[in-house]
Design a protein around this ligand. Sequence first.
Ligand code: HEC
Ligand code: HEC
Length: 215
Amino acid sequence: MNKMVVAALSGLLVSTAAQAEPASKVAWTPEQLNFVKKGNAAKGKELSATCTGCHGEQGVSQVPNYPSLAGQLATYTYKQLQDYKTGHRKHELMGSMVTGLSNQDMADLAVWFSTLPTPKPQGSRQSLAKAEFLVKKGDGKRTLPPCAVCHGAEGKGEKMDIPALAGQQADYFVQTLEAYQKDERRNDIFGRMRILSKQLTAEEIKELAQYYQAK
Ligand code: HEC
Ligand code: HEC
């Protein structure tokens, strides 16, 4: 092969690699799952002193556009902390919060927050029929699967990377779905939430946020 072809090919490989940049560096192997599961809640509680100012004393945020962490799946929280650290999820504030955390710290924090009681539901689901339909039935015309298929019938999340949504701050919920829509948040493996969010209207997102915060 002549040099030009080699140069062109390696250029192509570099750009293909950039496009195929994975959404996250976290890969759920049995070892990785076990590592998170064995996080030390007591150590996590100590470390969480720097988090409570924003995420609330018991992991229940008092700021509408800051997420609650209480009762969240440890594996989901762990993945988000890793993603902030590696820059796969970009946020200036959170990025600076995680720079000093080791893998062990992240597992400890994730397990600690998972042991706290989930935020109390706020508001009522009456008059949120449209959101309820999307959650339970989805919309075949838009190839929109029901949210419940992944996030669980009660919005409590599912294994590994699918978060609990029940009781989450509605303003944060809207903000993060908008970030997926605009590709500003792109740490969802397989682009699942980016694909889905782009099919939702602003009004639907608002209703879905209220639906999950209420009961
Ligand atoms: C100064 C305020 C502040 C502090 C302190 C802070 N956070 Fe955050 N945190 C935020 C904000 C704002 C977001 C939402 C960022 C975004 O949209 O990506 C966030 C997001 C998160 C998320 C993602 C939640 C989700 O549902 O996806 C996790 C996990 C998290 N923080 C954990 C922590 C931990 C652990 C600490 C302490 C080591 C901490 N945070 C300290 C403000 C803060
Ligand atoms: C195919 C499975 C799947 C379906 C269906 C699905 N989600 Fe998700 N969702 C995920 C995964 C996986 C993540 C976490 C991605 C990551 O690691 O950042 C997520 C994250 C989210 C988040 C961010 C939570 C947080 O704390 O930051 C919100 C909000 C959300 N989904 C809402 C919805 C809504 C509303 C629907 C229905 C319209 C829905 N999802 C349908 C898989 C799914």
